[in-house]
Design a protein around this ligand. Structure first.
Ligand code: HEC
Length: 146
């Protein structure tokens, strides 16, 4: 009887471990590569955890700006830079983001970075594809926000 109880408890522990592991790795995109790219390309301003720096660099985490704007708008900012007044979560930023994304990155990698920002910082389950990046390239630079 005790043996069976032991077995049940051990199996339960194993099942819990497996489901926990898969919840972290169970992403339909390459989260490890995406995280590395994000840290390399964006974290010096928007910080590793996406919180930004109040009044200087807007947050990418739980940002109403990201929830309310299209993937194309976000990509155009990443590709060509953006400047002018922008309000994120009620705080006004008036900075300049140069063309921050490394020009040698592939469209796949650029899409991965935004996919990471959407999934890990904003709970938006959207995969940004190379086709999205190409469309944003065609649309060109964003006008300066007033
Ligand atoms: C050198 C600092 C710097 C780097 C590096 C940088 N940004 Fe920004 N980012 C800014 C600034 C400043 C603004 C606000 C621009 C304005 O006032 O119009 C901004 C705005 C944004 C916005 C729109 C506002 C918001 O919070 O949603 C997004 C999205 C964004 N950046 C994404 C990225 C991504 C993704 C990367 C990495 C590829 C990146 N940025 C790299 C400085 C930076």
């Amino acid at each position: 009887m005790i043996k069976i109880l032991y077995l049940i408890i051990i199996s339960l522990i194993i099942i819990i471990c497996i489901t926990d592991l898969s919840s972290k790795t169970n992403r339909p995109y390459d989260v490890a590569r995406a995280e590395k790219l994000y840290i390399d390309q964006c974290s010096k301003c928007h910080r590793k955890n996406g919180t930004g720096i109040r009044r200087v660099y807007p947050p990418l985490k739980n940002a109403d700006y990201i929830a309310n704007n299209s993937v194309e708008e976000l990509l155009r900012g990443m590709l060509f830079g953006r400047s002018g007044t922008i309000v994120v979560n009620g705080i006004t930023y008036n900075g300049v983001m140069e063309t921050e994304v490394d020009k040698t990155l592939s469209d796949y990698d650029i899409g991965l970075i935004l996919t990471y920002v959407l999934w890990e910082f904003n709970d938006i389950q959207k995969i940004v594809t190379p086709a999205d990046v190409q469309a944003a390239r065609k649309a060109g630079k964003l006008p300066v926000h007033k």
